[in-house]
Unconditional design. Structure first.
Lengths: 533, 438
């Protein structure tokens, strides 16, 4: 036993307590009320005292009401850009991959750059859903649904490029190990084949995860749609086709969900299991994408840090895309700011800073080891193909990458910057551009001067390259706009679980503050309320 | 929504402090406890290190030095990993770790000792290089690039700007200064909070952790280059720093689990560190064991696949000459076994069960360091010098000696103050920490 009497010791220590030099809480700038810096306190996750009913009304409203005025023009622009994709791909298939700027030396360029770019963006959704779920980060509820949607759309865009770059697209089924009379099999030793498995597994699990998370919300939408249908029927009006369709489609999608506690129990379990399965997938997909390069002996490609470096880069690019999309929507949609607070933006900015530093760390390691390893070809790629403006024709791409990915997130060391939506949006834009350049730098600068100087060749994109890339952005935005229009953009049920009123301890103490639930010396665990305190 | 005023916070803190789990006899060890145990540890350490010295004489200096280095890099990993974990928790405003935080702080405040333990290796190697001069034969030194006798080769010449004794020692000083500063500062902020209850100290710690993590990532990676990778000056891997980090984080959690299990076994921390905390620590063990495997596999696989001689030599050495058994054992022991065991909730929920897995993982961690360092000893003169199995006592003596020293100092540190950072602003969250699902 302690030498000091316990009570005496506690009394001594409490007597010594002082709150700190100044009462800093009074002067703190809380922004919208969520920028709580004081240690020991948590920011609210939903603002303006929204009730559970408000949450349903607001979130369902986005998908049910007439879309805002900007939606249709935005949709038309995005959809017509998608046309570029169609035209480009059709022309490519009819004519051959020669319509790209590829040549004998640079046989991979924008096609694989775009593939890696999009597949990287497709990582944030599952990261937010799965890893933040496993880490019990409740703030993910504000962004997980839209990030997951973005994941699916980005993977869709990514999938186009490897498919169309094979030249004879009518043989694309060869990528699958399908038994056939000719006994022709894909090369199981090739990372390109593992890509097929990894990406399709990832797309499947992300899709399942996204869909499963939406089932309770689809049920809410279904109930509301049926109510609306019945209301118009009892008012003697004729049922409108969109209303009927809405009721039918959501009924199908909700799969008979009735909000019973048994449903919830299984849902929670399944969600957790899927989160556990999806987490290694997030790592595996981009690791295998990195194997496409790193298993080779091409200088600039073969380096052991590639797998975690690519994963960090993917999370980096994915979060940038989430911010790029959600910050404008936060301004354009009414009440969106109640759920996507400045705190959420600040957290995501911090993740951008952290992952940006990881990517920067990898750049530095690569550069250092390129020198340290003593392989002159490796060093040549880094200096004379990439970094040195006097020697490297693509120096601008390398420095664009460094500026966008490593330098621009540094502004997030300052709280003022990482709580300013405009600044965050601009940095996210820079990062998105920088991450595209990263893949371009890795792929093109390594290839354009490999081995024999006589075969060195520059790569310049043609209008088909550009058209297909712009078209893929169009496709991505089209899908995202459709998502905004028809699907609840927030997980309604999960948002309700993070409302202040969902806290079982709420109102038990004198103040609405942490620790109020420690009932005057009683057990702090989930003890039953003992009446007024 | 407003923040608490100073008075409100004080009231809140006092309410938290009245939690029964924070009763003085629950968060303090009995006076004078641990003295015997730590004395025993020091005794073992003395014996172990004396035997290592004997080994240097009887077997050879290089062997004894490598064995000692295995022990040192293992305990250094524990301390660095703990520093990393606490800084990450500070950065993300973690709440659940409030009651286990202090033990992690004890672990990282072992950094001065660890750094001190590294120094003899560097000093002895430099002295041996200087004394031997040009007469040193191939394979004379553990850090072969220090050997003036072989300075003419291309790679040595090329790397001389980085791999040279003065810069090597200078970097040691730099890493040491940074780590000791970070560790001491974070530790003293937390101890200060014990006394004053000033919650803004946590914000200071959070701010420090931002740049601290960055600096730690760079310094620990380069330290891993300097003190392990450069043993084979031909070899290079961009993943090396990440590999050492993965090993560190896992070793840190494993050691923490063992410390907490012992404290709980002594009847302390009841209600403060619960099965729920153990379950989350178990998840961390699982995660870092998988992460280690991921990093280790990636490094191996890319080198194997590309099959470039300058890299494959590293793995060839560990897949021949009897080392392949250890290589395969590490895959099973450091990854497969803990992966399977830690999937089960009862294992993570049980103090003893998790402590056993943690102990196993700690042994695997030492074997991992052993696997990295020890094959470098008899590279050039395998046949003539290798004492074979009869030389193993030196390895055991050195590793046990270093760990006993580490444990002895750690025990004294733990016994010297409260076992919980009782004024941590997030403590109320940690006290009611629950894993709701499942």
């Amino acid at each position: 036993m302690s030498a000091i009497n316990p009570d005496e010791q506690t009394a001594q220590q409490l007597a010594g307590l002082r709150p700190g030099a100044a009462d800093r809480s009074k002067h703190a700038d809380l922004g919208d009320g969520t920028l709580v810096e004081a240690p020991g306190e948590r920011a609210p996750l939903v603002l303006n005292d929204r009730s559970a009913h408000d949450v349903t009304e607001i979130v369902c409203g986005y998908a049910e009401n007439t879309p805002p005025k900007w939606w249709l023009p935005a949709f038309l622009i995005a959809a017509s850009s998608t046309g570029l994709l169609g035209v480009g791909v059709l022309y490519l298939i009819i004519t051959g991959v020669g319509v790209w700027g590829l040549n004998n030396q640079v046989n991979w360029a924008w096609d694989i750059t775009n593939f890696v770019f999009w597949i990287g963006i497709g990582h944030a959704g599952t990261l937010i859903s799965a890893i933040l779920c496993l880490l019990k980060q409740k703030w993910r509820t504000a962004v997980n649904r839209s990030a997951e949607a973005m994941t699916i759309f980005a993977v869709t865009c990514a999938g186009i490029f490897p498919a169309i770059h094979v030249g004879r697209i009518w043989f694309i089924w060869f990528v699958f190990p399908i038994p056939n009379y000719n006994y022709i099999w894909p090369n199981f030793q090739s990372p390109l084949l593992w890509d097929v498995f990894a990406v399709s597994t990832y797309a499947t699990v992300s899709g399942l995860f996204w869909y499963m998370g939406m089932i309770p919300d689809f049920a809410t939408m279904r109930d509301r749609a049926i109510l609306r249908l019945n209301a118009s029927a009892s008012a003697g009006e004729k049922k409108k086709l969109p209303d009927i369709l809405r009721a039918y489609i959501f009924t199908l999608l909700a799969q008979g969900w009735r909000m019973s506690s048994r449903h919830w129990h299984r849902y929670e379990m399944a969600y957790l299991l899927l989160a556990g399965l999806a987490t290694p997938l997030v790592l595996s997909v981009h690791s295998i994408v990195s194997f496409d390069f790193a298993t080779s002996v091409v200088p600039g490609w073969h380096t052991t840090i590639f797998p975690p470096y690519f994963v960090a880069g993917a999370i980096f690019g994915g979060f940038a895309m989430v911010l790029l999309l959600l910050i404008p929507i936060r301004e354009l949609y009414a009440n969106f700011k109640d759920f996507l607070t400045l705190r959420h933006l600040e957290n995501m900015s911090k993740i951008l800073l952290a992952t940006g530093m990881m990517v920067g760390f990898a750049y530095a390691m690569e550069f250092f080891i390129a020198w340290y390893g003593g392989n002159e070809y490796e060093w040549y790629v880094f200096i004379n193909n990439r970094a040195n403006p006097a020697m490297a024709p693509y120096w601008w791409a390398y420095w664009a990458m460094i500026t966008c990915n490593v330098l621009s997130p540094q502004v997030f060391w300052f709280k003022k910057m990482r709580t300013n939506p405009l600044v965050i949006w601009l940095v996210a834009l820079f990062v998105t551009i920088g991450m595209w350049f990263e893949r371009f730098v890795i792929i093109v600068t390594s290839l354009h001067r490999a081995w024999l100087p006589a075969t060195w060749h520059m790569f310049w994109p043609t209008w088909v390259d550009i058209g297909i890339f712009v078209g893929s952005i169009g496709l991505f935005l089209t899908l995202f706009l459709l998502f905004l229009r028809f699907v609840p953009v927030f997980p309604i049920a999960e948002l309700k679980a993070v409302l202040p009123e969902a806290d079982p301890h709420r109102g038990h103490g004198d103040h609405d503050e942490p620790g109020a639930d420690v009932h005057g010396g009683g057990h702090g665990e989930l003890s039953a309320p003992k009446g007024a305190h | 929504m407003s923040q608490m005023t100073a008075d409100q916070y004080r009231a809140h803190l006092e309410r938290t402090r009245r939690h029964p789990a924070l009763a003085a006899d629950n968060i303090h060890l009995p006076a004078g406890s641990g003295t015997k145990l730590s004395a025993l540890c020091f005794g073992v350490a003395l014996a172990g290190l004396a035997l290592t010295l004997l080994g240097a004489v009887v077997v050879n200096v290089k062997h004894a030095l490598a064995a000692y280095q295995v022990g040192v890099m293992s305990v250094l990993a524990i301390a660095l990993g703990s520093l990393f974990m606490i800084m990450i928790f500070n950065l993300v405003n973690a709440g659940w770790h409030g009651t286990v935080k202090r033990q992690w702080e004890h672990l990282f405040s072992m950094l001065p000792l660890c750094v001190l333990l590294v120094f003899p290796v560097l000093a002895i190697e430099v002295i041996r290089a200087v004394v031997a001069g040009d007469s040193g034969r191939d394979g004379f030194l553990l850090f072969e690039w220090l050997n003036p006798a072989i300075s003419g080769t291309f790679l040595i010449e090329h790397k001389a700007g980085f791999l040279n004794a003065p810069f090597w020692l200078l970097r040691f000083v730099l890493y040491a200064a940074i780590w000791i500063f970070l560790a001491q500062r974070l530790y003293s902020l937390s101890k200060q909070q014990d006394l004053t209850g000033d919650r803004w100290l946590s914000q200071k710690a959070r701010f420090m952790s931002g740049w601290g993590t960055l600096v730690l990532a760079l310094t620990s990676s380069f330290a891993a280059f300097d003190w392990m990778m450069s043993m084979d000056y031909r070899f290079f891997s961009t993943m090396w720093g990440v590999y050492y980090f993965a090993a560190s984080a896992g070793a840190s959690v494993a050691t923490l689990v063992i410390v907490l299990a012992i404290l709980r076994g002594m009847g302390r921390l009841t209600g403060a560190v619960t099965d729920e905390h153990f379950r989350d620590l178990g998840k961390f063990l699982f995660a870092f064991s998988v992460f280690w495997a991921y990093i280790g596999f990636s490094q191996y696989f890319l080198i194997w696949y590309a099959n470039i001689p300058e890299e494959t030599a590293y793995y060839l050495r560990r897949m021949t000459g009897g080392w392949e058994a250890l290589s395969f054992f590490l895959i099973a022991g450091h990854f497969v076994v803990p992966f399977v065991l830690l999937l089960f909730k009862p294992v993570k929920h049980s103090t003893l069960g998790l402590a056993l897995v943690a102990g196993w993982l700690l042994v695997m961690h030492v074997l991992d360091m052993f696997w990295i360092i020890r094959p470098m000893v008899y590279v050039q003169d395998w046949a003539s010098l290798n004492p074979g199995p009869t030389g193993w006592w030196v390895d055991v003596a050195a590793i046990v000696g270093v760990f006993a020293l580490f444990a002895g100092v750690l025990i004294r540190k733990i016994a010297s103050g409260p076992l919980v950072a009782a004024n941590d602003p997030y403590l109320h969250e940690s006290l009611k920490h629950k894993n709701y699902v499942g």
